[in-house]
Ligand binder design. Structure first.
Ligand SMILES: Cc1cc2nc3c(=O)[nH]c(=O)nc-3n(C[C@H](O)[C@H](O)[C@H](O)COP(=O)(O)OP(=O)(O)OC[C@H]3O[C@@H](n4cnc5c(N)ncnc54)[C@H](O)[C@@H]3O)c2cc1C
Length: 357
């Protein structure tokens, strides 16, 4: 039996892959109020959309909108590029959860809501509903994973504290791109998340802040949404950078945000988590759970390298502007960068720039 801790998107995708592999699986999720929601930019990159399709996950049309590429806006400089392959989807998290729960029910996944995991000693899980002795454990318990601590795989938060905050507005999206507005020390991400829903996520470093205050840093964007009714309560997350020493400890495999997180800057957290979920199940099925560690490194190395570069550039406005100006002049290069971020190849194999540390 595989026990998955966390019924977020990565946990449910992991459970679906386990069922496809013919493995019995249960999911323990501490929350019970459905559908689950979370602070997220909600842009699923084309690779992640492909994996949801592969698993037969159906999302209600009211809760999603396609996007065809990415636009970076820094003052008057605009770099814009389509995805070379496929489309992304802005999917409201509540609708994503509904779609994943329906697919899980069809696949025979045993999802136990309102069950909190409170301890793990390497063999026995303590939960609010008694003890469980899993053969394998997939820790999909998110950014502030407690399994990461209990397995001693945590290397603590990163040195720079960045935070995220998101809000939705009711209105017809004005763009079929994910728009990223770059400012000094903060970015705003606009994602169409339904035929009449616009999601905006803020990322910034420094002190905790309120959405309306952050929005004043982006006057062009503020003018776009002024007067539109708010469609969700603001939700935040952080600090974002969480480091790991490894992703496998005995029979426990860390997956998704639990397996280390750098930043939401390039919006591929869910797509990476889905790939990790598939790799973790494949390693268990092959009888080699430790093989997951190498696969995990392979999955994250290029997106994380790009994210590191952008985080450095974000702290140096002249560098950031010159990168965006260059990409504006070379949209095909920008398209290529988007593809690399979504699973293409650019680093020589074997070179690992970063271990999420
Ligand atoms: C501001 C912001 C913007 C983002 N934008 C994007 C984007 O545009 N695109 C993208 O792909 N990603 C984005 N991300 C990242 C994305 O939200 C995460 O990568 C994704 O949610 C990871 O899913 P997960 O299932 O690993 O974790 P989560 O979604 O956090 O799910 C973890 C689940 O585990 C449960 N849980 C935790 N502890 C326990 C316990 N002890 N017992 C039982 N259950 C437990 C929680 O209740 C939760 O349901 C963004 C993140 C932020 C903060």
């Amino acid at each position: 039996m595989i026990t998955v801790i966390g019924g977020g998107p990565v946990g449910l995708v992991a459970a679906l892959y386990a069922r496809r592999a013919g493995l019995p699986v249960q999911v323990l999720e501490r929350r019970s109020k459905l559908p689950l929601d979370k602070a997220c930019g909600e842009g699923l990159m084309p690779g992640g959309v492909g994996l949801l399709d592969e698993l037969g996950v159906v999302i209600h049309p009211d809760g999603q909108a396609p996007f065809s590429g990415v636009r970076w806006i820094d003052g008057d400089v605009v770099a814009d590029a389509p995805f070379p392959h496929g489309v992304g989807r802005g999917i409201r998290r509540t609708y994503l959860h509904e779609g994943l729960m329906a697919a899980s029910a069809d696949a025979g996944v045993d999802v136990r809501l309102g069950v909190e995991v409170t301890g793990w000693d390497g063999a026995v899980l303590t939960t609010s509903d008694g003890e469980v002795r899993p053969d394998h454990l997939l820790a999909c318990d998110g950014l502030h994973s407690r399994l990461r601590d209990w397995t001693n795989l945590s290397a603590g938060p990163g040195p720079v504290a960045r935070f995220g905050l998101r809000r939705h507005y009711r209105g017809v999206p004005w763009t079929d791109r994910v728009e990223v507005y770059w400012g000094d020390g903060a970015e705003a991400y606009v994602t169409p998340a339904g035929p009449e829903r616009i999601g905006i996520a803020m990322l910034w470093s420094g002190e905790k802040a309120r959405f309306d205050k952050l929005l004043t840093r982006f006057p062009r964007l503020r003018d776009r949404v002024v007067g539109l009714p708010q469609d969700s309560q603001d939700q935040g997350a952080g600090p974002l950078h969480q480091r790991v020493r490894g992703v496998v400890a005995g029979r426990c495999l860390l997956v998704g945000d639990a397996s280390g997180y750098l930043d939401a800057l390039t919006g591929e957290g869910m797509a990476l988590g889905f790939q990790q979920a598939r790799a973790a199940v494949a390693a268990i099925q092959a009888g080699n759970p430790f093989g997951y560690a190498a696969e995990h490194r392979r999955i994250v190395r290029q997106p994380v390298a790009l994210m590191q570069l952008l985080l450095v550039a974000q702290r140096r406005p002249w560098l950031r502007r010159s990168i965006i100006r260059s990409l504006a002049a070379m949209p095909r290069v920008f398209s290529h960068v988007l593809q690399l971020n979504d699973g293409g190849d650019w680093l020589p194999s074997g070179r690992t720039p970063h271990k999420l540390d």
